[in-house]
Design a protein around this ligand. Sequence first.
Ligand SMILES: [Zn+2]
Length: 281
Amino acid sequence: MIKFGSSGNSLAYHNAGFDGSSHSAKWVKDMGLDCFEYSFGRGVNLSSEKACEIGKSFKENGVEISVHCPYFINFASPEEQKVINSYGYVLSSLEKGSLMGAKRAVFHPATQGKLSRIDAVSLATKNLETLAKLIEDNGYGNMLICPETMGKSAQIGTTKEIADFCTIAPFFYPCLDFGHINSLEQGSLNVKDDYLRLFDIIEKGCGFEKLNKMHVHFSKIMYGPKGEIKHLTFEDVEFGPMPEPFILAVKERGISPYIVSESAGTQDIDAKTLKTLYENA
Ligand SMILES: [Zn+2]
């Protein structure tokens, strides 16, 4: 089943007087949404007790939860310690995520640094093979672990690179962040065919099943010559991508991705807009 939800708590959630995540599940359910992404972006600083508590409220409300791993992961670092730390960031996200009942985890694979593109990608590939073994050995092979397409040219994670990473293990599924792709490609996403082109890269690269159940981040993002600058809301009229052509492409392909809005403050309203567009398409 296709799912629509928000990344983190919206401004409206905070303005209603809620803090933390104890009411997040009920909030997104009452908005008519299906899922929620919990961010460990700044680190996995959540006790096991709290993780179980959050998991319980999501289960009770019938809302699916996913987690976003820390932003400082870098599987193309030439420094071994940084790669070892990166394994730890993913595994601790999976540990707390699984206590929360999460079936999916998203991560930013790497930055290019001083290496050539080809060397950085091959180093990341080798380290992701090790990560895949660690995931399996630690019993998280039943989750979907999703490397994400990135928005800056200095980062590793073009659509093709992500499709290739997803051939490493059966549980690696692509996370397509269309705001990132649009930023990296300087406004390339305008019509339905622009999305179908990306869907083709994923399907050819790692198969229909991974396209069908892929993870999606969708929000408008401001960009400059080097790519992503900052996340916007659907009210912005200057930057894209526009949601309608994306929804038409999803409908045409008949796929069922897990779609998360990362709008700045209106992530619940904008996720609902995406869902309504889908239902009316
Ligand atoms: Zn991300």
